[in-house]
Design a protein around this ligand. Structure first.
Ligand code: SF4
Ligand code: SF4
Length: 180
């Protein structure tokens, strides 16, 4: 014989399911006709990738290859180069969006916050060759989500200033002043 508790639980589950169905039967349907109506997506949405600039207008990307190294589908490639002041940059930078799975690993790995995913997702193409984005297609004229961040000011690279001149960096100690 089936115990009363099992019977009760079964009946409760069934009735809850029916009640839910009944509630939705009399609900007004909510239809958002896309593309006429476009819902504003959260800032953290992972879609089209951009390369951002620091507050001084310089390219943030220092061609460190971390994003291409971490990318699970190998869709980022680049060639590093150096400026006359020693600062590195990407001579060319390419993302194959036909392979990208928008996982966001590249954004997580980037030390300069250069590469960022945006909520813009309307990039479908029938010709997959059109999904090859070059640096000029990716580079924008703003800082994206973290517009105030400047990697070189924090990292303390000598070419930007002297030792002790970077944000949060202590002044160097003259060891001769420590002598008895
Ligand atoms: S989002 Fe993921 S798959 Fe796309 S480029 Fe970045 S690391 Fe690669
Ligand atoms: S986008 Fe970021 S992680 Fe990728 S090469 Fe440039 S600085 Fe390095």
């Amino acid at each position: 014989m089936i115990p009363y508790q099992t019977l009760f639980e079964g009946a409760y589950g069934l009735l809850t399911g029916f009640a839910m169905t009944l509630r939705h039967l009399f609900r007004r349907p909510i239809t958002e006709p896309y593309p006429e109506f476009k819902r504003k997506l959260p800032e953290r949405t992972r879609a089209t990738i951009i390369l951002t600039r620091d507050p001084d207008g310089d390219e943030r990307c220092v061609a460190c290859y971390l994003c291409s190294g971490v990318c699970p589908v190998n869709c980022i490639s680049m060639q590093s180069a150096g400026r006359s002041d020693g600062r590195r940059y990407a001579a060319w930078f390419r993302i194959n969006f036909a392979r990208c799975i928008f996982c966001g690993f590249c954004e997580e790995a980037c030390p300069t916050l250069a590469i960022q995913l945006t909520p813009h997702f309307e990039t479908c193409q029938r010709d997959s060759l059109k999904l090859l984005y070059e640096k000029e297609d990716l580079l924008v004229h703003h800082g994206g989500k973290n517009s105030d961040y400047n990697f070189y000011r924090h990292a303390g690279v000598a070419m930007v200033g002297d030792k002790g001149s970077h944000i949060g960096e202590e002044q160097p100690v003259d060891i001769r002043t420590l002598m008895p």
